[in-house]
Design a protein around this ligand. Sequence first.
Ligand SMILES: Cc1cc2nc3c(=O)[nH]c(=O)nc-3n(C[C@H](O)[C@H](O)[C@H](O)COP(=O)(O)OP(=O)(O)OC[C@H]3O[C@@H](n4cnc5c(N)ncnc54)[C@H](O)[C@@H]3O)c2cc1C
Ligand code: SF4
Ligand code: SF4
Length: 392
Amino acid sequence: MNAVIKQHLIDPEICIRCNTCEEACPIDAVTHDDNNYVVNAEICNGCLHCVSPCPTGAIDNWRMVANVYSLDEQFAWQDLPEQAPIKIEAADALEDDVAALLSHAHQGLGGKPVAAASAATPEINLFNRARPAKASVRGNYRLTDADAEADIRHIILDFGEIPFPVLEGQSIGVIPPGIDAQGKPHAIRLYSIASPRDGEKPGANNLALTVKRVPGGICSDYLCDLPKGAQLDVTGPFGATFLMPNDPNAHILMICTGTGSAPFRGFTERRRRAMPDAPGHLHLYFGARRPEELPYFGPLQKIPASLLTQRLCFSRVPEQPRTYVQDRIREDGAQIARLLSDANTHVYICGLRGMETGVDEAFADACRHAGLDWQALKPELRGSGRYHVETY
Ligand SMILES: Cc1cc2nc3c(=O)[nH]c(=O)nc-3n(C[C@H](O)[C@H](O)[C@H](O)COP(=O)(O)OP(=O)(O)OC[C@H]3O[C@@H](n4cnc5c(N)ncnc54)[C@H](O)[C@@H]3O)c2cc1C
Ligand code: SF4
Ligand code: SF4
């Protein structure tokens, strides 16, 4: 009998074909055809260099196998095969092995992400690079003041007759036109959906994005300059875990900076439309340099406190102390600890990579003062689909 080995595989249902893993792999173990990105078992040494750059988690899949899946088999897959039954000793090895790999890949986050139990089932990867959805720009408005450093825009994409079903918290892929320095088509970039599932206006087949122009950035520049009526190629939708709970009892604690506000605009609008009198409450901690640089500052002022508690934090207002989201979380420590220990609370963190650390420390402080152990609570929340981080 062949020895059982741990094979590294890519989930074709979640993969957005962005090419990041192929670029990240130092020994060229990742390859692709027109259908799928795949890992060559004869080359891959399990070094994990590809795992954290992968924006969707599609690459973080492992199976214990006696006969490895060939490249041709993987190229033909529409979905990832389940773990086939294997001998008990090997199954034990899988648990330990994969747990170790995952905890490394998620850098101590405490296990694989899980969607909220009450979240609706998302549609994923309906459109890809080979078969993109054509969307047209319905509007492109600057959200930040003209003199603000950041140019952040609200961009509305219309799908016309093309069904493009989304849920709050999902993202789409945008294919920027043109080729890179190596002569290859530009990689797909992801953008969070900033509108609720039924569109900018109820019943419209459109969605909104919140896009920040990155100096020298290929795709953000392209998007921010698109005029009304322009057409673009869209892939997705993507994302199966950072999803809004449908449970009206769910308290939703949302923490963001900059364009990380995009999914939370979708969450808030969904609650306002679908269940304005829900017993669950929304809490928003939102950081920016100044009010003029905070996307959706104006519209936020109109949202009733009965639906959403807002804690806006500014780090560059003249003659005012610099305040970051973690400072406000500490100030509200008692309330935060109550929320974190409530089984109805769901936590979402979205924004710049690195913001999680400060928030994590603030949660730990809030818990400590309330006699709770955040290090024990966090994996519990995460394991039950109530703790989600999306940073980029
Ligand atoms: C799940 C997810 C959700 C996201 N949601 C949003 C969102 O809602 N809104 C949003 O604005 N963004 C979002 N992003 C980020 C987005 O996908 C892009 O990464 C971002 O817009 C920058 O892409 P770009 O093509 O403009 O920049 P890129 O062209 O990728 O460049 C990025 C930076 O690298 C520099 N650079 C590029 N090439 C080189 C080179 N050869 N040498 C040196 N420097 C170089 C550029 O100057 C720039 O500073 C999300 C990302 C993820 C993973
Ligand atoms: S989504 Fe992940 S697995 Fe798919 S091509 Fe991009 S990096 Fe690779
Ligand atoms: S685990 Fe390492 S060798 Fe394997 S595909 Fe990823 S980067 Fe390449």
